[in-house]
Ligand binder design. Structure first.
Ligand code: ZN
Length: 88
């Protein structure tokens, strides 16, 4: 594995670790239920369908966005538009 790639993965793991320290599992900060996420390009947005809120997790925290298309991101954006954006 080259250093650049390793650095990228380390940064991603650090972001996940920081999140876990702050919020435990990927839980809704309001109701504590497990949160789901959608990608908008490189960005991951977590959301809770019980509380109708969404919040920004980070960029490239999960790599699933790489397998999605412009159309997927448009659909995800439309989906997330139904939620209220909260920030920390
Ligand atoms: Zn919730």
């Amino acid at each position: 594995m080259n250093m650049k790639k390793k650095k990228k993965i380390d940064a991603r793991l650090k972001a996940i670790e920081a999140w876990h320290l702050k919020w435990g599992e990927f839980e809704c900060p309001t109701c504590g239920r497990a949160a789901s996420y959608r990608n908008i390009r490189r960005e991951q947005w977590l959301y809770c369908e019980s509380c109708w809120i969404t919040w920004y997790l980070g960029e490239n925290v999960f790599s699933s966005w790489r397998y999605e298309t412009e159309a997927d991101w448009r659909a995800n954006a439309r989906f997330l538009n139904k939620f209220r954006v909260i920030s920390f």
